[in-house]
Design a protein around this ligand. Sequence first.
Ligand SMILES: Cc1cc2nc3c(=O)[nH]c(=O)nc-3n(C[C@H](O)[C@H](O)[C@H](O)COP(=O)(O)OP(=O)(O)OC[C@H]3O[C@@H](n4cnc5c(N)ncnc54)[C@H](O)[C@@H]3O)c2cc1C
Length: 393
Amino acid sequence: MKQYDVVIVGGGIHGAGVLQAAAAAGHSALLIERLGLASGTSSRSSKLIHGGLRYLESGQFALVRESLRERAIHLRIAAELVELKPFFIPVYRETRRRPWQLKLGLWIYALLGGFGASTRFGAVPKREWSALDGLETRHLDAVIRYHDAQTDDALLTRAVVQSALSLGAEIAMPASFTGADLTDDGVTVAYRQDQEPLQCAARVLVNAAGPWAPHVAGTIRPPIPIPAVDLVQGTHIVLPFAVTAGIYYVESPADGRAVFVMPWHGATLIGTTETPYRGEPDKVHPLPEEEEYLLAVVRHYFPAFRHLTRAHITQRFAGLRVLPAASEAAFDRSRETIFTADRELKPRVLGIYGGKLTGWRAASAHVLDRIGTSLPECARRAATDQLILRRPT
Ligand SMILES: Cc1cc2nc3c(=O)[nH]c(=O)nc-3n(C[C@H](O)[C@H](O)[C@H](O)COP(=O)(O)OP(=O)(O)OC[C@H]3O[C@@H](n4cnc5c(N)ncnc54)[C@H](O)[C@@H]3O)c2cc1C
């Protein structure tokens, strides 16, 4: 039976990141992906590499600081894939957050981001409002501009895997993980490829199966602890008009939640919703009421597009957030990644639950730290904050 240091289940951004981090640290690593790279959540996000301005309101300062650091690293190592963009927050008479509150938040954002050039912010002068893609200007008090970054989540995932493969990592795809047995010092991993049942041995199994992670964990014998998580669906729609000035960060007229209106391949991507989800992760799909909710945002802020209906939607997709189980609204819950190991000393299984696209590299570095005691000593091949990520061909 072939032996790996690390076997990873799931070819989303986290699986890709752990594969790269393991290979960069000099370990042998195999990624098992059921369908295709980024076929799950990692192609259905809002595609932002961002600090998470709104997480300041819930006091998640460590998360914002780490995300801003990761944003800066992306702009350096993934310049072909990640682009800094202006973000506009229009403030109307009835907008909940007032200009001074936003400026205070952005000042803290700049502080946590080290006051670099990309953390500059300010008000857009009134004479420039006409350049804002037809944004509603009735009762408009101010437009605040700051910067964050946009990417293509699926391309980024593929780029990270490409980087891992160039360091000697391996991938089995399409191949489904079917179960694992824990041994004293590792794991026997069972998977299926081309209808054929296969096995390999690993020192550590990393469960990076996103919303499928609880299911994957449930197939491990003897049973391991599985954290209590909720799945929350987020839908995006694409409409055939082009915003070009930047990304609009607006409050939904229905409930005040933050929604992004973003340029996307010559059209406009609008998202997202937060709908509790209880079904099988494979079956998630955009709901008509979510599409109406997002259309209402566009109609409210861009009067020229008031005529748009669901019939105009050219693309729609829904992804699942994995959040700690709680009774409070999804919007207010922690976005910190949850890491669980089967045991503290020399873990054999490490699970990644939730997290952010932005934080994949830091999360992967954390995983490698956490499983370090289970892995053999190796000569490091590279540092992941130095490896240049190229646009996949
Ligand atoms: C609506 C929405 C918007 C978001 N927007 C942003 C954003 O703008 N910025 C940001 O930083 N973060 C964002 N996030 C968070 C980010 O998208 C996720 O944290 C990230 O994509 C999760 O990646 P993952 O690798 O953990 O999971 P996934 O991408 O879901 O990958 C899991 C993979 O496991 C595979 N798999 C499952 N079971 C098996 C099996 N048995 N065998 C083999 N493979 C298996 C699946 O096929 C899948 O490819 C958003 C999330 C959502 C839901």
